[in-house]
Design a binder for this molecule. Structure first.
Ligand code: NAD
Ligand code: UDP
Length: 316
């Protein structure tokens, strides 16, 4: 089907990634329905779209069934930061599982194509590095992160069962740590924490000894990857990793943020949260091969944009 001019539903559309996705879909000519319950998202994120003739907002919780006419569904509804998703873990699990079931039922009814925003957390604390899609992961089913990890794993299962059982046209993408403007200041995620601490002259809090690694993807690259995955051939369901393979330790990240923001904050150490993965880096060979996608924005450039965003927020 032709990209653009679709009726596209984005759940979690008022969140960090969802709002950037809505922007991109409006730019390409879609009619966009943003569904959100404002659990972690805000109206501010979509303020520039409210009133656009091809944009509509529906306040709705995906744990309840939904019936709308759509061609494409991006299912992003779910709190993504550990602080947010651990605050009410039962609610997180309900959003992952009931949300997936309700949206899959909608996709089946409308014969719509549906994409699930899954996560690198399905790999848990990995023993295989970097992580290819074929790696089944090492996930603790009973820890504080499990509501999210296992919820997202269950959602993947439901997506593939709907494909096998009902012939549904699904796409599953596994998103690795993504950052950029519109991240929530105090959601506890590392880039927001480090930048805001650095800009306020507060101590920069490195958890553990800071040797654990992550690989950060700038939001614009990630959105290009989501669009490419959604428009990939019908036979391709994934799962496919989307992320930037440029890996660094949290200590190096803190040093980078301090340098780029010109801050004189100190680096301090705080206890490492339980089950915190020691390494994380996507193997993106599949995305390169099947989607023709790879990230373009360097960490320094992306951090520069993000620092400028948070600086403007603080000054306002
Ligand atoms: P976010 O918290 O900014 O956005 C999530 C949005 O979903 C918010 O607007 C929130 O209000 C909404 N929401 C939550 N529960 C809902 C419910 N029950 N019904 C309706 N809306 C609900 O997070 P984000 O970073 O934009 O993440 C978006 C998606 O991408 C999530 O599914 C997340 O798991 C996935 N993801 C994100 C990252 C990342 O680094 N940002 C990494 C991996 C996966
Ligand atoms: N982290 C940190 N300081 C902070 C916040 C996070 O050192 O103020 C670490 C955290 O322990 C993890 C990494 O940064 O190792 C990424 O954390 P985040 O919560 O952003 O995402 P995760 O990848 O753990 O879901």
């Amino acid at each position: 089907m032709r990209a653009g001019g679709q009726r596209t539903l984005v759940t979690g559309g008022a969140g960090f990634l969802g709002s950037h996705l809505c922007d991109a879909l409006i730019r390409r000519g879609d009619d966009v329905l943003c569904v959100d319950n404002f659990h972690t998202g805000t109206r501010d994120n979509i303020a520039s779209l409210l009133g656009h003739p091809r944009f509509a907002l529906l306040q709705h919780d995906v744990t309840s069934p939904l019936d709308v006419e759509v061609d494409r569904i991006f299912n992003l509804a779910c709190p993504a930061s550990p602080v947010h998703y651990q605050r009410d873990p039962v609610r997180t699990m309900r959003t992952c599982v009931l949300g997936a079931m309700n949206l899959l039922a909608l996709a089946e009814r409308r014969r719509a194509r549906i994409l699930q925003a899954s996560t690198s957390e399905v790999y848990g604390d990995p023993e295989v590095h970097p992580q290819p899609e074929s790696y089944a992961g090492r996930v603790n089913p009973i820890g504080p992160r499990s509501c999210y990890n296992e919820g997202k794993r269950c959602a993947e299962t439901l997506f593939f069962d709907y494909r096998r059982q009902h012939g549904l046209d699904i796409k599953v993408v596994r998103i690795f740590n993504t950052y950029g403007p519109r991240m929530v200041v105090d959601d506890g995620r590392v880039i927001g924490n480090f930048i805001n601490q650095a800009l306020r002259g507060e101590d920069v809090t490195v958890y553990g000894d800071g040797s654990q690694t992550r690989s950060f993807c700038y939001v614009d690259d990630l959105i290009d990857g989501l669009l490419a995955a959604m428009e990939s051939p019908a036979g391709f369901a994934g799962p496919v990793n989307l992320g930037n393979p440029d890996e660094l330790s949290m200590r190096e990240l803190a040093e980078r943020v301090l340098r780029l923001s010109g801050s004189r904050s100190r680096m301090v150490h705080r206890p490492l949260p339980p089950d915190d993965p020691k390494v994380r880096r996507p193997d993106i060979a599949l995305a390169q091969r099947t989607l023709g996608w790879e990230p373009r924005v360097s960490l320094d450039d992306g951090l520069g944009e993000t620092i400028a965003y948070f600086r403007a927020l603080l000054n306002a």
